[in-house]
Design a protein around this ligand. Structure first.
Ligand code: ADP
Length: 437
């Protein structure tokens, strides 16, 4: 700090001495001193201006070379700038990490300012709502999401519950439902979260349909049974009639029992682990068991008039759950027996396929199924011939069980059918589950 007054003093003194050496009068000495001071002040101002100019640009590089106290000002500022820059870089890196985490979120995130203009949004929200995460920044959200339900939600200002709208990818036959909820934070800012709830909605719709279907299936036999009970309680009926009523009640009870048993099979299939390769089942055993069962059913339904044949089949072992395989195969055979009129032909057997996989097939000469129904046959409770299905004790769950069992064994179910000629159902199992005898 002492350098500045010393410099000023030295300049003034030099000015004064030079004036006295070259001049004659005393006033010239005073003028020389003043001129020396003025020169120093000018020099100092130039240094101050250089420092200020450097400070104005606000960065730590290329500091001006200045002397006296200005050198210290520059050095301290330089260090301050460096520390600030380091801090800013750290904050920037953390912000970027934070934004990357929000980008990775499966939910959409949009930050809105007080006027509901977009400040920032992640890709997921842009995908859900159909806007561009870069181009649409600063746009009013209400100009981008025109759905009346959302506009009403925004205007009402009650954000305690979410609102649902169609997503960008929704079109007839391909629903996409997006749930949007706004949360207010800071000084009037808003956080808008989006979530794809299509799968949840579909699962909920399936659950509703399923409950409705089961209730419907059970209501009819229950109504019949309770009607007969009331009749037997309040009316005098002959022994003959009583026997007939009891037989009909027994049939309906059986129908409910079959339904419950199929439902339990399905729920077991859904809830249990995939069958491993520790249990090996003989193809021949399976075939004879299901064909015997089908013959018994044919005896009941068509007095055994079906021409039911187990075709000569290759012998091999299958890795899988015996009870599941029996259930799937006998479902196909019992369908063939139930839907093929008396004296029709039914053929069942195994075949080895070229790629090492195997197929179990059931061919009948029944009524056949129109092509439009084929893709829906494995839906639960889907029936082509409702009355025939019910009359013969069908639950509408048989092919759903077959498909499930095939898939659990790494295979699939195929159907070929020609109306008026018959149907061929196949279960194909992969080579990994087959061991030739
Ligand atoms: P269901 O218990 O009603 O037989 P499934 O799931 O086993 O239920 O079959 C679904 C529908 O497919 C049946 O209702 C029937 O209309 C049709 N179907 C199944 N197998 C045959 C077949 N072999 N011949 C003709 N129609 C069939």
């Amino acid at each position: 700090m002492i350098r500045r007054p010393l410099e000023l003093f030295a300049c003034s003194l030099t000015g004064g001495v030079l004036a006295l050496v070259y001049g004659d009068a005393a006033w010239e000495g005073v003028a020389g001193t003043l001129a020396g001071s003025a020169l120093w002040i000018t020099l100092d101002n130039v240094r101050a201006a250089r420092v200020l100019n450097w400070l104005r640009h606000g960065h730590a590089v290329n500091p001006p070379r200045v002397s006296t106290v200005w050198a210290e000002v520059v050095e301290r500022s330089r260090k301050g700038f460096k520390a600030l820059n380091r801090k800013a870089r750290k904050s920037e890196a953390r912000l970027q990490e934070f934004l990357a985490a929000i980008q990775a979120s499966p939910n959409g995130v949009v930050l809105l300012d007080k006027t509901s203009a977009i400040e920032w949004c992640n890709f997921t929200s842009a995908q859900h709502l159909g806007f561009d995460s870069k181009r649409d920044v600063r746009q009013q959200i209400r100009n981008l999401i025109r759905d009346p339900a959302f506009i009403a939600y925004l205007n009402a200002g009650d954000f305690s519950k979410p609102v649902e709208i169609d997503g960008r990818d929704a079109y007839p036959g391909h629903p996409q439902r997006i749930s949007i909820q706004i949360h207010v934070y800071g000084k009037g800012r808003r956080l808008l979260l989006t979530r794809d709830v299509t799968a949840v909605e579909q699962a909920e719709a399936m659950r509703r349909d399923f409950v409705a279907n089961v209730s419907h299936e059970i209501r009819t036999p229950l109504t019949v049974v309770s009607g007969f009970i009331e009749t037997l309680q309040h009316l005098d009926v002959s022994d003959e009639e009583r026997r007939r009523y009891l037989a009909l009640m027994g049939q309906q009870a059986q129908r409910m029992q079959t339904l419950v048993s199929d439902l339990l099979t399905l729920s077991r299939l859904e809830g249990s682990p995939i069958p491993g390769s520790s249990e090996w089942v003989s193809s021949q055993d399976l075939l004879s068991q299901v064909v015997d069962e089908a013959r018994a059913l044919s005896d009941v339904l068509a007095q055994g008039s079906h021409d039911l044949v187990a075709e000569p089949s290759p012998l091999f072992q299958i890795a899988g759950a015996r009870s599941e395989l029996v259930s799937a195969m006998s479902n196909l055979l019992s369908n063939a027996v139930r839907y093929t009129p008396a004296h029709g032909q039914i053929r069942a057997g195994w075949a080895l396929l070229a790629d090492g996989s195997v197929e179990f097939h059931v061919q009948d000469t029944g009524p056949g199924i129109e092509a439009e129904h084929l893709p829906r046959l494995t839906e639960r409770f889907y029936r082509v011939d409702r009355s025939r299905s019910r009359e013969t004790g069908g639950t509408g769950l048989g092919l759903a069980i077959v498909k499930h069992v095939a898939q659990r064994h790494g295979g699939h179910m195929l159907v070929d059918s020609v109306v008026g000629q018959g149907s061929r159902f196949r279960i194909v199992l992969p080579p990994s589950r087959v061991l030739s005898d």
